[in-house]
Every structure is written in structure tokens, then in C-alpha cells.
Design a protein around this ligand. Structure first.
Ligand code: ZN
Length: 176
């Protein structure tokens, strides 16, 4: 009798435990969805990297245009599919094939993402350079270097400190 009561109590406890665990189980499901979404996001990043690398190879002349376009179209197709899958997670699942407009939006989204990645990598590759010293003629019209001997000059200088060349004549000395 006592054992029967204990078993009944245990069974009730298990049921209660399952009932209490329901929200957690549901969270678990949510995590699974999140993980799948994260995988899609990673896949997207990966595809964008590949497209970017492809663009880079094309820009640097390593990849012929025909091949570039072909491979890019294929990657774009994959990226579009991944993005639509992510959209499906984020919003309501779209019944049937996505309308044409969506495909265009996705293309724009991908291109924007590629541009962003490029920008970030460009910034990483080239830290903000100091004032361009190579600019021969700044906005104020004065040459930064003496046109005669190449000595660096100050914008306020009227004559070259090295050879005495009249820097203010620079623009009018067109008679070669
Ligand atoms: Zn000079």
C-alpha cells in the first residue's frame, strides 16, 4: 500500500515536472530555430565573402569577366536562397514562390552587404592615412613643393627657401 502511494506520488511529481518544464522545452525548440537561423546567417556571410573574393579576383584581373559573371550569378543565387530562408525565419513563411519584387530586394540587400564588407576590409587594410602629402597643389593654389627644385614649401611661402624660385608665379609660368 505504502509503495503504491509512493509510486503514485512519484508519477504525479514526474507529471508536474513535465508540466513545469514545458516552457523550458519550448525554449529549447526556440534555440534550435535560432541555431538553424545562425547557420543560415553564417552561410550568408560565407557566400558574401566568396562573392567579394570573386569580385576582388576580377578587379585585380585574375579572373576573366565571363567566368566572374558566371560564378557570381551562381553565388548570388545561393545567397538569395539563404536570405529568403532567413526571411522565412524572421517573418511569416511566404506561401508559394516569392514575388519578383522580393528577389530584387534581396539582390540589393546582398550588394549592400558586399559593399559594407568591402568597406570594412578596406578600412582594416588601410588605416586612415595622414594628410595626403603627395597632393602637389592644395586648394589654396600654392604648390607644396617648389616646381623648380622640389623642396617642400609652406603654403605661406612666396619664395622657395632653397632656390629662391618665386612660388607665387607658379600658375602664370605656362610659357614652357
Ligand atoms: Zn626651389
Amino acid at each position: 500500500m505504502a509503495i503504491g502511494s509512493i509510486l503514485l506520488g512519484v508519477a504525479l511529481l514526474v507529471l508536474l515536472g513535465l508540466f513545469l518544464a514545458r516552457p523550458f522545452l519550448r525554449t529549447h525548440e526556440g534555440e534550435a530555430v535560432l541555431t538553424e537561423r545562425q547557420l543560415l546567417l553564417e552561410e550568408k556571410e560565407h557566400l558574401l565573402d566568396q562573392i567579394q573574393a570573386l569580385d576582388f579576383d576580377h578587379d585585380t584581373g585574375k579572373l576573366p569577366t565571363e567566368l566572374h559573371e558566371l560564378q557570381r550569378a551562381r553565388l548570388m543565387e545561393q545567397a538569395t536562397a539563404v536570405l529568403q530562408a532567413i526571411d522565412a525565419f524572421d517573418g511569416e513563411p511566404k506561401p508559394g514562390p516569392a514575388p519578383e519584387e522580393d528577389a530584387v530586394d534581396v539582390d540589393i540587400e546582398i550588394e549592400a552587404a558586399i559593399a559594407r564588407t568591402r568597406q570594412q576590409q578596406a578600412q582594416k587594410a588601410a588605416p586612415p592615412a595622414p594628410a595626403p602629402a603627395s597632393a602637389a597643389a592644395p586648394a589654396n593654389g600654392h604648390a607644396r613643393f617648389c616646381p623648380q627644385c622640389g623642396t617642400p614649401t609652406d603654403p605661406g611661402d612666396r619664395f622657395c627657401a632653397h632656390c629662391g624660385h618665386n612660388l607665387t608665379l607658379k600658375t602664370s609660368t605656362k610659357t614652357a
